[in-house]
Write a protein that binds this ligand. Structure first.
Ligand code: GSH
Length: 110
């Protein structure tokens, strides 16, 4: 049976963009649920009650939250076209720079 993949998204979000790139690299077809962040859907609030933010990836009913966590999950589930390096040291470096971008570059007011 094919996986059911849904992405709760806002096309302007760099965090959503990061997840879309990962899905596209893997060739995964998904349903895009565009959110109005001024009027969030009940599904988004239900799937992400902690932060109430996009992106949320729902795979076969299971929500995955936080763009970097989602990208790593995508990389674990669909092994073709690896995103993270296989070497542990290189993988740690990739994670460092991804976190650096989140902490220092992608800063949005609450
Ligand atoms: N750390 C989160 C950040 C996600 C985030 O900030 N999403 C913004 C859109 S760019 C959002 O949903 N904002 C809605 C809000 O703050 O109410 C991630 O990496 O997924």
């Amino acid at each position: 049976m094919a996986d059911e993949v849904t992405l709760y998204a806002d096309g302007r979000s760099p965090f959503v963009c990061r997840v879309k790139i990962a899905l596209n690299m893997k060739g995964i077809k998904y349903k895009n649920m565009e959110e109005d962040l001024q009027n969030k859907s009940g599904d988004l609030l239900n799937y992400n009650p902690v932060h109430k933010k996009v992106p949320v990836l729902v795979l076969n009913g299971n929500p995955i939250l936080e763009s970097l966590v989602i990208v790593e999950y995508i990389d674990d589930i669909w092994e073709r076209v690896p995103i993270l390096p296989q070497d542990p040291y290189e993988k740690a470096a990739a994670r460092f720079w991804a976190k650096f971008i989140d902490d220092k570059v992608l800063i949005f007011p609450e």
